[in-house]
Design a binder for this molecule. Structure first.
Ligand code: ATP
Ligand code: MG
Ligand code: MG
Ligand code: MG
Length: 576
């Protein structure tokens, strides 16, 4: 591909709504273009990456014996009524009507349709096991689409569905997919962890999420560094790491353990009942010098577990605690918890901490609280009088970093992650609802045992960038880079030798099947290099008049600190 023919569209600045680095860089590199909330155009540069991700997934799914088909995006409601999901699923399911007033849905996933196919097509035990998959557009009307294509409303998913004769066989299908997922994420060049996840009503231990490790991840995962134990936070019955740096919570606890306070500790301190929910407030204390100037500020996170609302936490009680508390400002909270501005989600809390005051409360009236996210705040809240009940973490349990691992092989640690894949044993949930049976050896109908296996194709782009970037831009793993090599001739438009050498090298690399781009736009070297560093092309070859006089070109890997000089004749071998 020649850059003059391709579509290159880079930006110096990211749009203001891009909060995290992957979203910013994808926008700046011209990979995606926003069409609406959670709805994006995949621009040519981004689509190349998507296609490479899909290729890896396809290859490994096929290798694992799964069979590709393609199910419709628009699906008749009848099938979804058979399983009850048409009514049970909340507003995330997009329902539409056709011209005759018939109900349809835009698929968020495809259990119903695949089970419908299976009950018609898979009639005998001899046809099992079978695993069908497709790579298809999904729509989920997410409450908070954000982070670009990481949590889109329209996105691409690979979803696979296995059909087996019994539980044991379904277990083998599950293990097979688990292994395929490991190969896929290895080939994608991602750092990930497979963590046990909740199986809900289905029960058993057969649900795993594949989580890409990243600070900006919306999920929290608990693992034991010295054993195989790993679970997502909900499953680990987890939580309640009060993300403290410094002694703040210590002063609030009775247990003098650094950095820890349980809900019970806080509740006891505040003399509040303990039940299901946890409420949190972030407070600050100012230490003043003799001139009344602030010399030191401490931020305190208070978690209260109880069925009371925060109205009960009277100012008097807080003052009784230590005196001089005020509500922490958003900036103080961000700094204290090491969060990026506007993204407060202390490690260990599945949801962002919810009670945040944006300004110091002098008169205890009309402050702002709520999620640390635009448009999610409550305004005009009055402390101790009619503080609105914030939407708080519903179910927080008590696992803390440093607690013993359930397998007894070490202590627990907590990380944040991005869910890029999910494997799930379904049992007969769908086959029973839709009467999907096969005939066994005795000619007796039996319900099929099912599993489902999803991968967020488009989310992977964001996850990969969160892990692989620097101050200049994206650093794609070779396996999914939009182009593997970029040839940058300097002064191509005015120097025939440079042009000839660059074109020859480009052709040779093309012949070898290397995904190479020739930058023939005639840009200045600085602008040209900045573009490809931003886009994240793993290898760059610079051909200049000066170099050619010595028979040399410069080759530089995207992660290399400096270029290496190579004889022109050796470049192809070097990049092969
Ligand atoms: P999440 O917890 O992030 O909402 P999920 O558990 O609802 O994801 P699944 O139903 O398990 O998602 O779907 C399989 C995969 O599809 C997920 O592991 C994720 O990689 C991807 N995915 C889910 N929702 C989105 C979305 N809104 N945007 C992009 N990818 C998504
Ligand atoms: Mg979801
Ligand atoms: Mg999930
Ligand atoms: Mg999931």
């Amino acid at each position: 591909m020649k850059a003059s023919q391709f579509f290159v569209s880079t930006l110096k600045e990211a749009p203001a709504d891009a909060e995290i680095v992957s979203h910013k860089l994808m926008m700046r590199a011209g990979m995606i273009k926003r069409l609406g909330a959670g709805i994006y155009n995949y621009m040519p540069m981004g689509l190349r990456v998507i296609r490479k991700v899909e290729h890896i997934i396809r290859t490994e799914m096929n290798r694992a014996g799964a069979v590709e088909l393609l199910m419709p995006v628009v699906q008749p409601a009848e099938l979804w009524q058979e399983t009850g999901r048409f009514d049970k699923m909340g507003p995330e399911l997009l329902r539409v009507k056709d011209r005759h007033g018939r109900d349809f849905i835009i698929q968020p996933t495809s259990e119903e349709v695949i089970t419908d196919i299976a009950r018609q097509e898979l009639r005998s035990y001899k046809q099992l096991p079978k695993n069908f998959y497709h790579i298809q557009t999904k729509f989920r009307d997410e409450r908070r689409p954000r982070f670009g294509i990481m949590r889109g409303r329209e996105f691409t998913m690979k979803d696979a569905y296995s059909f087996d004769r019994d539980k044991d066989a379904a277990g083998r299908s599950y293990d097979n997919m688990y292994a395929a997922y490991c190969r896929i994420f290895d080939r994608l060049g991602l750092q990930y962890r497979a963590v046990a996840a909740d199986t809900g009503a289905i029960g058993g231990d057969r649900s795993h999420e594949f989580q890409v490790i990243a600070e900006t991840g919306e999920d929290a995962i608990i693992y034991c560094p010295t054993s195989d134990y790993a679970a997502n936070i909900e499953l680990a019955e987890a939580l309640l790491l009060i993300a403290t740096r410094g002694a703040a919570t210590q002063a609030l606890t009775k247990t003098p353990t650094p950095g820890k306070a349980t809900c019970a500790d806080v509740a006891e301190l505040l003399q509040l009942p303990l039940t299901q929910t946890v409420k949190s407030l972030v407070l600050a204390t100012d230490e003043l010098n003799e001139h009344g100037e602030v010399v030191k500020t401490q931020v305190w996170l208070l978690l209260v577990r109880g069925d009371h609302d925060l109205n009960e936490v009277k100012a008097g009680k807080l003052e009784g605690l230590k005196g001089g508390f005020r509500f922490a400002t958003a900036a103080e909270i961000d700094a204290h918890f090491g969060c990026k501005p506007g993204y407060l989600g202390p490690i260990g809390l599945k949801q962002p901490v919810k009670v945040i005051a944006d300004r110091t409360v002098a008169n205890m009236a009309d402050f702002v609280c709520g999620a640390n996210e635009a448009d999610f705040h409550f305004t005009g809240a009055n402390w101790g009088r009619d503080l609105p009940e914030p939407d708080l973490v519903a179910d927080i349990r008590n696992v803390v970093e440093g607690d013993p691992s359930p397998d007894g092989k070490g202590v627990l640690a907590i990380q944040r992650g991005i869910e890029v894949g999910h494997v799930f044993y379904l049992g007969t949930k769908y086959s029973a609802a839709m009467n999907a049976t096969y005939l066994d050896e005795n000619g007796k109908p039996q319900l099929m045992e099912m599993g489902c296996y999803g991968i967020g194709v488009t989310r992977i782009l964001g996850a990969a960038i969160e892990q692989n970037h620097d101050e200049r831009g994206i650093v794609w793993p070779d396996s999914i880079a939009p182009f593997t090599v970029v040839v940058c001739p300097i002064g191509m438009d005015r120097n025939e030798e440079v042009k000839a050498a660059a074109t020859k090298l480009y052709e040779e690399l093309l012949d070898l099947g290397i995904d190479v781009l020739l930058d023939d736009r005639g840009e200045r070297p600085g602008a040209m290099f900045a573009d490809w560093e931003l886009v994240g092309v793993p290898h760059r070859v610079v051909i200049s008049d000066r170099g050619l006089k010595e028979g040399q070109v410069e080759v530089q890997g995207r992660r290399d600190a400096a270029a290496t000089k190579l004889a022109l004749a050796d470049v192809v071998a070097h990049l092969k």
